[in-house]
Design a protein around this ligand. Structure first.
Ligand SMILES: [Zn+2]
Length: 331
């Protein structure tokens, strides 16, 4: 990854919008794209980055929903506009989906070209940094916890591996909804930060078997919902930590994509397992209402100058962050 000059994006269609970015945020997908792990052929040079916030500086003649001077946060997906997924605002499921930083030039830049469908009004209580930090992780969390797992107030939520952007957003949203949140980490420092952010209990999974600890904390009952983006050997423990009728939601498998299942637990406890990824435009709208009502501030780990984006990615690869890593895109 190199920092270099690129031409400013120009309006080439009456539906184009140019946004001057004030901040961008890093996501794991950026690293996978850079490593070629998505299997997608991407012409070089390519600009990464799915998350960003800034000000509209130019809009094509057909653009009605946003105008010059509007402060916007970005929803990074646009589809073909004609398939059943696109027609129901689920562009992210479109087989021809284009997302910022993947098939399109992204937000590690001073300017980005988008469509009006990518632009949403920035929550007025947020800074540009916060508005760049929340979209991808929070829409992922919203779809996992609310649309798919249907987390209710008063339920118990277990989050495996607190620290990354999705896990910390799940903690913030889950506790704000009124769930009792238990988190695990191999770092006592991260557990302390999670407790300060609203976690009811933290379990160091390097020192203790979290499935057993969860049973103790819930009088033997287990939790209602588990967020497990680890997979691998952890998967069976997550199943065993669930109460009868519990739901496990997974949005990744950092420790391995072929975990040992426990069909006996799934059958006898009537467990439900949801795969979840990203979120629809409707999820994003619901999320914006939720954020505007709750005034949640997304957690920001550190901000790097744009030219030091590689150092930011390295910090993420080493899992040293708590919350989102940002890039300062404006001069
Ligand atoms: Zn489509």
């Amino acid at each position: 990854m190199r920092f270099e000059d690129a031409p400013d994006p120009k309006i080439t269609s009456p539906k184009d919008v140019i946004v001057k970015l004030e901040a961008a945020a890093l996501n794991h997908i950026d690293i996978w794209i850079r490593m070629g792990a998505t299997g997608m052929q991407i012409p070089m040079p390519h600009i990464l980055g799915a998350d960003g916030a800034g000000v509209v500086v130019e809009a094509g003649s057909d653009v009605k929903s946003v105008g010059t001077g509007d402060k916007v946060c970005l929803y990074s997906f646009t589809g073909c506009e004609v398939c059943e997924f696109c027609l129901s605002d689920r562009d992210f499921m479109c087989i021809r989906v284009k997302s910022l930083g993947e098939r399109l030039d992204g937000t590690y830049a001073e300017y980005v070209k988008v469509t009006p469908k990518n632009c949403f009004p920035m929550p007025s209580y947020m800074t540009f940094d916060e508005a760049a930090a929340f979209p991808l992780v929070f829409v992922t969390v919203w779809r996992m916890l609310i649309t798919n797992a249907r987390l209710q107030p008063g339920e118990t939520l277990l989050i495996i591996g607190i620290g990354g952007g999705v896990a910390s957003a799940a903690l913030q949203a889950g506790s704000r909804i009124g769930a009792r949140v238990i988190v695990t980490s191999g770092s006592d420092e991260k557990l302390e930060r999670a407790t300060a952010l609203g976690a009811a209990h933290g379990i160091n999974h390097k020192e203790k078997d979290y499935a057993k600890e969860v049973k103790k904390l819930t009088d033997g009952r287990g939790v209602d919902v588990v967020v497990d983006s680890v997979g691998g050997e952890v998967w069976q423990k997550s199943l065993s930590a669930l109460a009868h009728g519990g739901r496990l939601v997974t949005c990744g498998a950092t420790a391995g994509g072929e975990p040992n299942d426990d069909l006996d637990a799934i059958i006898s406890k009537e467990l439900k397992i949801y795969g979840s990824t990203l979120g629809s435009r409707e999820d994003f709208c619901q999320l914006l209402s939720f954020l505007n009502a709750t005034k949640i501030h997304p957690i920001i780990d550190r901000k790097f100058p744009l030219k030091e984006a590689a150092a930011g990615q390295q910090r993420m690869e080493e899992a040293r962050q708590f919350g989102k890593i940002l890039l300062q895109t404006s001069r």
